[in-house]
Write a protein that binds this ligand. Structure first.
Ligand code: ADP
Ligand code: MG
Length: 357
């Protein structure tokens, strides 16, 4: 029937040249607040990625822009996307970045778990980037596979950290280990699939929130499964709070997993921040010291191995989470008003856990 099919929506920025410099050529990605375009930079003659913040009238998204711009300008690192310029198109701020070719880690994980060597190499690169940021008192707060981009370089695969939109800047004299942590008042932002209990409760975050997310991401890279799942935010939150840390050996029954790797994950994903690595550099050191190979097929292992020792987990793992291809709905960007019930549970549970600790 004529007219029954809606015409495709064409972004009004497509085809425009902004600041007499960037010709916007195609949309390549979008997220919570921004659209990312491929653009041609007339000045350098190269293609760039241009992230434009939409609907930036409210102070919240403007704040995200300022945070991201400041963070990216502070952080020049081989595993953090490089920012080239900042500006405004109409009233919307933009960041021009190096254009990455490849795919996000989220897309890569659709193919299933990664080989252990590859997963550890990606984890090492991302940890080095986050450690670099931690040294400069910047915490990412939204580490997840869709914010990690995999590209290739002369030495092989290169991971690049994207999206410092939720970055938090710790004052130089903030020592989280003395308990002086940043408070995120009234807001729960980020993705609870990788979010530590204390962040989900909207209370306090420090470097150890990034450590927790990195533990969850490493588990997912190695197994192709999310460490915790739930049908809604409340269930997911309860899982992070109450379910035992999942065992790699449960998710990989035909593999022999070195206990040092499980111990590393146990420490990164500990429920209480005080039981975790203090910052990414510590987790990086632990990862670099893992005995190799960390995972190998059981049938190739004739002799009894120390990795057959009982798991350090006090209780059995919950039933394995589903493979990533059937992961729960990703639309978990929430504000506290919508989840006050879940927050109440979290606050109570966190208070309980900390009270015991
Ligand atoms: N520099 C880049 N090069 C290529 N693709 C990019 C680049 N930056 C972002 N993207 C793509 O756009 C998506 C959204 O970018 P991101 O910075 O995470 O935005 P948001 O803050 O909206 O989540 C990414 O997941 C990625 O697919
Ligand atoms: Mg993002």
């Amino acid at each position: 029937m004529p007219g029954s099919q809606a015409a495709p929506v064409v972004d009004p920025l497509l085809g425009r040249t902004i600041d007499a410099r960037y010709r916007i050529e195609a949309e390549i990605g979008s997220g919570a607040v921004g659209t990312v375009f491929r653009a041609h930079d007339h000045q350098s003659g190269r293609e760039v990625a241009l992230k434009v913040w939409r609907g930036c009238e409210d102070s919240q998204s403007r704040g995200r822009f300022v945070r991201e711009a400041k963070a990216l300008q502070t952080l020049t690192h081989p595993h953090i996307v490089a920012v080239e310029a900042l500006g405004f198109v109409d009233d919307s701020p933009y960041v021009a970045m190096e254009l990455l070719q490849g795919q996000t880690l989220e897309d890569a994980l659709q193919a299933g778990p990664m080989a252990a060597d590859r997963a550890l190499a990606v984890a090492e690169q991302v940890l080095s980037a986050v450690a670099f940021a931690h040294e400069r008192n910047v915490i990412h707060r939204d580490l997840k596979p869709e914010n990690i981009f995999l590209t290739s370089g002369p030495q092989g695969e290169v991971a690049k950290l994207l999206d410092y939109g939720l970055a938090k800047f710790l004052a130089p004299d903030d020592d989280p280990l003395k308990g002086d942590m940043i408070t995120v008042t009234g807001m729960v932002m980020g993705t609870p699939l990788y979010m530590p209990p204390e962040q989900a409760s909207g209370s306090k975050v420090d470097r150890r929130a990034d450590v927790y997310a990195l533990g969850c991401i490493l588990f997912e890279m190695l197994t192709g499964r999310l460490p915790y799942t739930g049908n809604d935010f409340g269930q997911l939150l309860r899982a992070h709070l109450t379910q035992p840390i999942p065992r790699l050996s449960d998710a990989l029954p035909s593999q022999r997993v070195t206990p040092d790797l499980q111990a590393l994950l146990d420490r990164a994903m500990a429920k209480k921040p005080t039981d975790r690595f203090d910052e990414a550099s510590q987790m990086l050191t632990a990862l670099q010291m893992l005995p190799q190979p960390v995972i190998r097929p059981r049938q190739h292992d004739a002799s009894p191995s120390p990795s057959a020792s009982p798991s350090p987990s006090p209780s059995p793992s919950p039933s394995a989470s589903p493979p990533r291809s059937v992961r729960p709905p990703p639309n978990y960007m929430l504000i506290s008003a919508a989840i006050s019930g879940a927050i109440l549970i979290a606050v109570t549970a966190v208070a309980f856990l900390w009270g015991r600790g």
